[in-house]
Design a protein around this ligand. Structure first.
Ligand code: SAM
Ligand code: SF4
Length: 327
């Protein structure tokens, strides 16, 4: 097993395959999008596969493909097919907005992928348009239906935004009554790719209060190791609800994850500024042995928590988009 300098096992890689997206979520990027990376700046699939192989050899067991929107990158399925053949990798999961995902559901299943996180911040079509600046809610709901019909384990991610979708908390949580889904409410973080600052008005406690007022019998479930979500059961419901204190950072003590950004930067904490430029090292010709050493050095110099990682950025405040980080 792979451990960091604080004794935390590292088992989980979140790999962002692109920074591009077919939505423009208010909390993630400005209306005009981001300054997209050029093709040469992006990691190539073969570079990603090499990194995944090295990381799995070191102890990574699960890889989540994210972005940006993974399905806007050309030939994603070709890459996933290769990745699914990697010896020692126990699980591939995906995070997607669901706009273009529906058509790929059967093939994802055939590759052995079982778990998909789907972003959906509201059940109201107009509000979906307001939040994502695109009228794509029907496609997302269609993807959800297909995933459930194919027995995927589905988690719905909803970012809670003051003044935008707090009325949606109860209707979204209501989905768990009849559907076998986990609905997770995420604190809004300042990673919006723009210069607007985020003041957290809806933290995990306020979200929980709102759910408890509606369902006084809400029961906390024992937390699984390294989970970011606190999970709850609403009596009589099939699915679960969860709250992710992404801004309050209550889960750093058991964090088992690392990230690789679309341009190949290693992040050992969501809040750090990138600790190793893997793309440049690979393109300079570093061999596997040397790359492995550099990776281990980074894993053994990990910040204790997200606050320490953010402080170490000094005059470089957190403002990049989740799409360039690998949300
Ligand atoms: N495009 C895919 C999607 O939306 O699911 C994958 C990438 S997206 C960056 C991954 C996750 O990050 C989504 O669930 C999204 O809601 C979340 N996210 C993006 N910006 C965020 C922010 N500022 N605060 C909290 N969560 C955010
Ligand atoms: Fe795109 Fe996902 Fe960011 Fe929304 S959260 S703009 S869907 S990358």
């Amino acid at each position: 097993m792979l451990f960091d300098n604080h004794g935390r096992p590292l088992e989980y890689l979140r790999l962002a395959v692109t920074d591009r997206c077919n939505l423009r979520c208010h909390y993630c990027m400005p209306e005009h999008g981001l300054e997209w990376l050029s093709r040469s700046e992006l990691l190539r699939y073969e570079e990603m596969l090499r990194l995944c192989r090295l990381l799995v050899e070191l102890g990574i067991r699960k890889i989540r493909i994210t972005g940006g929107e993974p399905f806007v990158r050309k030939d994603l399925m070709v890459f996933l097919r290769e990745l699914s053949r990697l010896d020692g990798l126990q699980e591939i999961a995906l995070t997607t907005n669901g706009v273009a995902t529906g058509a790929f559901v059967p093939e994802l299943k055939a590759l052995g992928i079982r778990s998909v996180n789907l972003s959906l911040d509201t059940l109201d079509r107009e509000r979906f348009f307001q939040i994502t600046r695109r009228d794509e809610q029907p496609a997302v709901l269609n993807t959800l239906e297909q995933l459930l019909r194919s027995d995927f384990s589905v988690k719905i991610n909803a970012v809670v935004m003051d003044g935008l979708n707090t009325d949606d908390l109860i209707p979204l949580a209501e989905m768990t009554r009849d559907l076998p889904v986990d609905v997770r409410f995420i604190e809004e973080m300042p990673f919006n790719g723009g210069d607007h600052t985020t003041t957290l008005r809806w933290n995990h406690r306020r979200i929980l209060d709102t759910l408890q007022q509606q369902w006084p019998g809400l029961t906390a479930l024992p937390s699984s190791p390294a989970a970011t979500a606190s999970e709850y059961l609403i009596p009589g419901h099939r699915g679960k609800v969860g709250i992710i204190a992404a801004w309050s950072r209550t889960f750093c003590g058991t964090c088992n994850r690392i990230r690789v950004t679309p341009q190949g930067m290693l992040k050992t904490c969501l809040y750090d500024n990138g600790v190793l430029n893997l793309r440049d090292l690979m393109r300079e010709g570093l061999d596997d042995e040397a790359l492995r050493e550099r990776l281990l050095l980074a894993f053994h110099s990990r910040h204790k928590d997200g606050w320490a990682a953010e402080n170490a950025r000094q005059n470089d405040p957190v403002h990049e988009s989740m799409a360039t980080i690998g949300g």
